[in-house]
Each structure stands twice: as C-alpha cells, then as structure tokens.
Design a binder for this molecule. Sequence first.
Ligand code: ADP
Length: 596
Amino acid sequence: FFFGLLDAASPAEAPSAARSRFRRFLSYYRPHMPLLAADLACATLVAGTALALPLIANFIVSRLPQLAAEPDTLSKILLLGGVMLGVFVVQSLATFFVDYQGHAMGAKIEAQVRQELFEHCQKLSFSFYDQQRTGQLMSRISNDSLWLGELFHHGPEDIAISTLKFAGAMAVLFWIDPVIALLIALIIPFAVAYALHFNRKMNVALRTTKERIGTINERVEDALAGIRVVQSFANEAAELKRFDTENQRFLDSRKAGYRSEAMLWVGMDGFAQIVTILVITVGAFRILTGNLSTADLLTLLLCVGVLVDPVRRLDNFIRLWQEGYTGFVRAMELLEKQPDIVDEEGSMPLTGVKGRIKFDKVSFRYAENCREVLSNVSLSIKPGEFVALVGPSGVGKSTLCSLIPRFYDANQGSVSIDGHDVRTLTLASLRRAIGVVQQDLYLFSGTVAENLLYGRPVASMEEVLAAAKAANAHDFIMALPRGYDTDIGQRGVKLSGGQKQRITIARAFLKNPPILIFDEATSALDTESERAIQKALLGLAKDRTTIVIAHRLSTVRHADRILVLTEDGIVEEGSHDALMTANGVYARLQTVQASI
Ligand code: ADP
C-alpha cells in the first residue's frame, strides 16, 4: 500500500529512482534524530494510553462485585479513578509534545528545504531561467514546502499512532472475544476500500479545482491588467461571459469535491456505527450464551472507538502524502538541476584588470534546437576603448555581450579578458570586474539608497551621493518626497523610465568596474532625460573599457569605434564619419533611423 503511494507520487520514475528519492526523504530526519525518537516515543504513549483506558475500565467493572465486598471500596474506586486521571494526564502531555515539538521538527525540515531551494535557485544559470516560469518556481519555494513540513511531521507520527492503535485495539478485541473481533476484521477491508474510493474522487476534484482556480486567476489578472483595453473596446459583456463560464466550472468541481468529502465522512461515521451496533447485538447474544461478561462488552465498545480512529486518519494521511510527497519530489527535481555555468576546476580570480576583451571565432546558440545566433565572430577591444555595437534588432548584440560575464558560454571559440579565457576565471571575480546596465533594468522594492547600495553594499553615504551626482540622478532624487529614503515601489514603478536608467547607472558608478556593458534603452526618452543619461554614460565610460549597444546617434558619435553586427557577423567597423563615407550597412541604418 505504502510503496503504491510512493509510485503514485512520482509516476514517471523508475522504481529504483523512486526508492533513492525516498531514502533522500528519510535523510532529512538525520539531524533531528533525538527529536524524532522523542516524538515517536510520545506517539507510542498516545496510542498506549488510549488502549489503557478500556482495560482499566474493564478492571473496575469486572471487579466491582468483589470490591463491594471488601472494606475501603470507595477509596479503591477513587484510587482507580485517580489512575485513569493519571493516564489521561500522561496522554495529554504526550499529545502536546507530539503536536508542538513534532510540528516544530516538521517546520525545521521545511525551512531547511526552502533554504536549500532558494540557495540553489540563486546558482542556476540564465539558460535555466529562460525555460522556467518564475511563478511556478515561487509556488515551489513557498507553497509546496508548506505541505512538506506537515508531511515530515505527520508522516512518522500518523503511521506510528495509527499502526499501534489499530494493532493494539485488534489484539485486545481478539483477546476478549475472537468471534466478534473476526467479524470486525471482516468489515475493515470494506471500510478501507470505501475510504480509498472517495478519497481518490476527492483528490481528482481537488486537482481540478486547483487548475480551475488557476484559470480564474489568469482571467482576472488579464482582464484587470488590461481593463483599459477592455473598456476601450466596450468588451465588458464578453469578458463577463467568459468569466462566468470559468466561475461556473470552478463551482462544479468544488461541489463534486464536497460531495465526495461528505460521502467519505458519512461512510466513516457509518462504519463506526455499524461496528458499534454489531458489537452490542452480537455481544448481547454472547452474554446470554455465557461467552462474554458485561465488563468485557464495555471494553469491546471502548476499543471500537480506538479502532475507528486509524481508519479515519487514513484519509488525512493519504491526502497529506499525496500533496506533501509530490511537493517533495518537485523540490528534489529542482535541487537536482545542475547549473550550466559554474567555476571550472582550477579557475583563478581575475585581478589587476586592464580590460582587453577578445572574441576568438565564437559561435553560440541558445539551445540544441535553436538557430545559431553568433557564428564564428572574432573581435578585439583595447583597454579603455569605448565601442558602440550597432545593427538590426535580433542579430545578437545582447547575446554577444552576455558571453563576456559568462551569463552563457560560447559553444565554439573563446572569449577572453586580458588574455585569460573567461572559463578559467572564477565567476565571482569575473562578474565583479564587469558592470552591466541592462535595457530591461531591474530595481528592487525598497528605497533609492538601498537600490544604489546594491552596487557596493559597503559604500559610504558620501560615495552614494557622488555616484548619484555623476549619474545625473542626484537632483531628481532630492526632489522625491523623502529623497534617498523614498520607497520606489515594486520594480521601481514610482519612477519614470529615464529616472530608473539613471539609478542603474549610479549603481554601476558605485560598483566601479573596469569593464562596462551598457544596453541603451530603445524606448523614446524626452530630450532632457536623454541628454542627462548621455552625460552620465560618458562620465561612466571614462577610464574603463566600455561596450554600448547603441541605438542613438548621439551615443554612436562619441564612440572610439563602431562595430556593425548583422546576421553575417561583424560586417563593418570604424568611426561614424568613416562608416558614413563608406556608405554601407551603417550608413543605411542611420538613414532609416533619421527618416523615422
Ligand atoms: P539584439 O540584441 O541584437 O536585438 P539578441 O541578442 O537579443 O539580439 O537576440 C538574438 C537572437 O537570439 C534573437 O533571435 C532572439 O530571439 C534570440 N534570443 C535572445 N535571447 C534568447 C533566449 N534567452 N533564449 C532563446 N533565444 C534567445
């Protein structure tokens, strides 16, 4: 039954892989062995004390006539009541320990898995994120791990308590009356089959409900984010109709889930009632025929209560297992993904950077089945040179630049800095030497100052101010409601495009890298912003090797050298004037831009 559940959680896996993953699951308990042992001991106590009560009750009732004849009857009954109270106290303490410390253990393991997932995600390469939706990753790190904690806690405890209670109650039943015990044993498989059947139906409904709420969320997000489009096309009624259909489908699956859940609980209660009725009816016959005492009948009835609990728990456990273990498998799949780009063996830190960059017959494609974006590209950039990279959109300008900090590795040929192949350098030192200002810039939620300090967390406030001034950002920052302490909202929504770009430039000033890669924004900026950014860029480019993916004539004019990239590779290079005179691709590109 258990290994069936194991396979169900990861159906696509070979049994050996499923077993090794299960071993990994168990390995998470290793640092918590003392706690697990205490948890299981308390679980045993919970089950043991649950069985002790029927036995003590049996003792009292069966000895009652005898006790009545003895002196001190009252104090003896009180003593037995006290013993039962003691048992109850022990049971409560054990339950408290299991509920509190057991849950805490589950939460600790859950926190550890979440930490491992987050840490691992920080290491995974650009290529991984190209294929992965961040929403799904977030749900793995936050939601899936919640179920994990529950499973790590309830797994061993539920198995221990249920098995012990079930086995103990069955043993007592067989010991007291094998006939009645056998009858109950014959009913149990039907109860389990019933529970499993409706549990399966409930799970199907649960899964459909989850999918449908996902669709509803997408619809809501789409319709609200695009509300201006909806209203401008006067399409509200059509949107409402689509939403209504999805909402109805969601409601149907919820109803199906509740129907199965109700059937399950009615069935489980029915099972308890049927067994109770059976024990009373058959028990009455057995008392009449002299095979059973009244005290034994009382014990049997109390035992039925203990026996029913594991069957009830079965349903909870299966759901927990399915959600939790499927989450665990998904988390492990993510942890097993190896980053494509790591420090190679024997890699050395890059020090004393001069900034000479060389591409030697570099070819690159994003994936096996993708076309080659760069084929056989060679170029050389001198230390301190300001190079503008121009060319039609989609020819691979950004791709070329992303090979320098090893966001991706070339498939053929090599990229080197100061004569060192980038693959022989440690990633951290390489990336510290290169400042990248991306067009698709990213600011974190927080204050302006926090975002600037991201460039160099140890920088002083004077350095931050100097960087902001150099990036032509100081004045507009001071005009914000709280200056450098202004919260810029998620992804910097409260700032304009030009302002965001100047903050990223200031961030790069603070980082002060010997090599700079600047992807100029293609979107139109007002003349003032453009001029401010241009000035900031020229300041930033001073004394460092700079490659700009340039879209503006004003930038290109300032470059020491312009490289023109087309699908055929670098087809032209030279100064603006020389290239205009040559009247080739560059001149055509400029004419097209000028005519827009
Ligand atoms: P440019 O910067 O010249 O506009 P890019 O370097 O951004 O061009 O893109 C070059 C080509 O590579 C385009 O065809 C683009 O679709 C493709 N491309 C860019 N990024 C990725 C990626 N992460 N995964 C797959 N293909 C990509």
